[in-house]
Each structure stands twice: as C-alpha cells, then as structure tokens.
Design a protein around this ligand. Structure first.
Ligand code: SF4
Length: 363
C-alpha cells in the first residue's frame, strides 16, 4: 500500500486468549482472528443467541467461505465482528483481532470510533448484502470513489480521479463510466463497482456478504473468477459469506458452515466438497447445483432452520437430521478437530461412540 493511502496505525489491545487452531501446516499468517464471538439480540434472560462462541481465522491471501441457510447467523457474525451491528443486536463476548500475530493487535470490539474510522476501508472493507442498491442513485460513480479517496488519503483531486479510473478498469469497466449514474450500469457492473470501492484503499481484509446473490449465474461466475484473480494480484484476504455452498467450493480455500448460530464444520474447501462430515453440510451440498460439471441428485434438507426464539435443545439440527440419536436431543456437540483429517466437526457421529454412515465417512 502506498504511503499516501496508509492511515494512522490503530492502538494496541493484546489478547489473553489462545488463537483458534489452524487446519493446515505452513498456513499463511492470520490477518483477522475472531475468537469466541457471541452475539445476542436483546439483553438479559430473554436475549436470543444469534451467534455462539464462534472462532474463525482469516489468513493472508486466503478466501474463507462462511456458509449456511438464511438465519444461521453468518451475516450477524460479520456485522458484529466489524461493529456494524444495529440494535437490538449486541456483542455478548469475544474478541476480533486485526493482525493478531503483531506485537500490538487491534481488537475491533474494543477500538474507539476514531480507530474504527481509520481502519474501515483502509484495513478492512465490507461489501454488504444489499450492495446492488448501495450506490446512491443520484450520485455519479466517480463521486463514490472520490469520497472514499478524499477521506482516507492525501491524493490531489486529479490523482483521485486517475486512481478511480484505474480501480474501475481493474474490475473490467471503462474509466469513462465514472460519469455514469448507477441506473446506467447493469447489475453485474454495479456489483463490480462495489468490489472496486471495497478495494480502493488496498485493505488487508475484505468481507463480502452475499455479493452475487442477485445476479444471474453467468455474471456470478465471471465475478467469482475476477475475485480470485484480484486476490492473487492484490493479496487481500477475503471472507465470503453466502448461502450457496457450491459457489464457495469454486472460490474458497477453506469453508466454515454455520447452523443456528454455531459453526458446525470447518474444513479445506476441496475436502469439504469431496467428503462432508456433518449431516448439515452434506444436505447443503445436495441443495445447490455446482457451477461446473455434473449435477448430482438434489435432495435438499427436510424442514426449515429454527427460529432464534425456539432453538431446539441439544444439537439444534436434530429435528432435521436423519441420523439423530437420543443424546443429540440433550447435549450440544462441541466443534472438535478430527484427528489426522485437518477439519473440525460438531457432531456426535464422529466422537467414536457411534457408527459413521458411509456418506459421512472419510473417503
Ligand atoms: Fe445429527 Fe446428532 Fe450429529 Fe446433530 S449431533 S448432526 S443431530 S447426528
């Protein structure tokens, strides 16, 4: 990142907790570590638990996918981690460390508003779920770029215009479109503009929440390919949130799957695809046709995700799980590392006391 774009460093806040375990040896340095993050809606005994003790590590240059059906807590997790949560959402506990291996990591949950303003866009940027409507309809595209560059850099007006043109070109849009209003662009172009805005200050971490959901499959695929190319070129780490697990298989290096506010499986993307261990992951993989190749039988998952106000006792997935056992209704399975398999799973089928069904066994 050039000096003219770099903001003042944020204050230190070292953490006393141990970091979440890496899934693979020799992995890149972590740039963002989410530790035991819990988020509630409301306060006191009636509070609803939207995210429960979530651990996630995002490494330099990594694409980490976060998957799950609507209401699983994945967007809430991202909003809570970046302090964008709206009331009645409250962070009930945890830490979110930026550059956790540096001597003075910043805990986003403890940072002041001033520190957050310095970090947003320049260290962490976010493309929100409603990205296609996020551009102001009466503001020209060029002004959107100019506002960010002016607030976070010392570039001259001419240099800001040049930089805005470069950013548009980077996502395959001609710089002349800086003079356009959003309605003059297609859905795919508007989404590319949002991605270019998120990358304007060369952040280390980009979080994208369902950024391609409103687009047709062809545009979706083009944008995914562009994102991979941009990540390779610019080196940012990407947390990509979607309900579409098959899309993550194309894009992500590692995937975490959420259900009813908890992470239930975490594994390298290829291994998760080839051999899911959690019944919910298996069901998700059979709910969306892959972007490439042969389409397997789409069986889906019976039932619907639970309401936050009535999460089932024990394993929250048990009313929908074809393998549910008696104890699944009483106890919550921990997210355990499966020995020698480089993945974590929260399911009693894998604690050595039950017979593992062939479709969930190591293959
Ligand atoms: Fe199914 Fe029990 Fe595993 Fe939950 S713990 S996913 S109910 S087998």
């Amino acid at each position: 990142m050039s000096d003219s774009l770099r903001p003042a460093p944020a204050a230190a806040d070292p953490s006393p907790n141990a970091s979440p375990q890496p899934l693979s040896e020799g992995a890149e340095e972590p740039v963002l570590e989410i530790r035991r993050l819990s988020i509630d809606y409301g306060l006191g005994p009636g509070a609803l638990h939207a995210v429960v003790a979530a651990d996630l590590t995002l490494r330099r240059r990594q694409v980490l996918g976060l998957a799950g059906e609507s209401g699983s807590g994945k967007s809430t997790l991202a909003y809570g981690a970046t302090r964008l949560l709206r009331e009645p959402g409250v962070v009930a506990g945890g830490e979110v460390l930026l550059n956790p291996r540096e001597g003075a990591p910043t805990d986003l949950l403890a940072a002041s508003e001033r520190q957050l303003r310095a970090i947003r866009w320049s260290e962490i940027s976010m493309v929100l779920q409603s990205a296609l409507n996020a551009l102001n309809p009466v503001v020209r595209i060029g002004k959107e770029f100019d506002d960010i560059l002016r607030a976070h850099s010392r570039l001259s007006r001419k240099a800001r215009r040049r930089r805005a043109g470069e950013l548009l070109e980077m996502v395959g849009i001609h710089p002349s479109r800086l003079s356009d209003h959003p309605h003059q662009l297609s859905g795919g172009q508007r989404q590319r503009v949002m991605i270019a805005l998120a990358l304007a200050l060369e952040p280390q971490v980009v979080i994208m929440d369902e950024p391609t959901t409103a687009l047709d499959v062809v545009t979706q695929r083009e944008i995914i390919e562009e994102l991979i190319e941009l990540r390779d070129r610019l080196g940012f780490a990407l947390l990509f949130i979607t309900h579409d697990l098959s899309l993550l298989i194309e894009l992500a290096d590692e995937i975490a799957v959420m259900y009813a506010g908890r992470i239930v499986e975490r594994a390298p993307a290829e291994e998760l695809y080839r051999s899911p261990r959690h019944p919910y992951t298996y069901g998700l993989l059979h709910s969306f046709p892959p972007l490439h190749g042969e389409v397997p039988p789409m069986t889906g998952i019976p039932g619907s995700p639970p309401d936050l106000a009535s999460i089932p006792a024990g394993c929250a997935f048990h009313p929908r799980c074809p393998y549910a056992m008696d104890r699944c209704t009483r106890a919550v399975p921990a997210l355990d590392l499966l020995e020698g398999q480089g993945r974590q799973v929260a399911c009693f089928l894998h604690d050595g006391q039950a017979a593992v069904p062939s479709e969930l066994a190591l293959s």
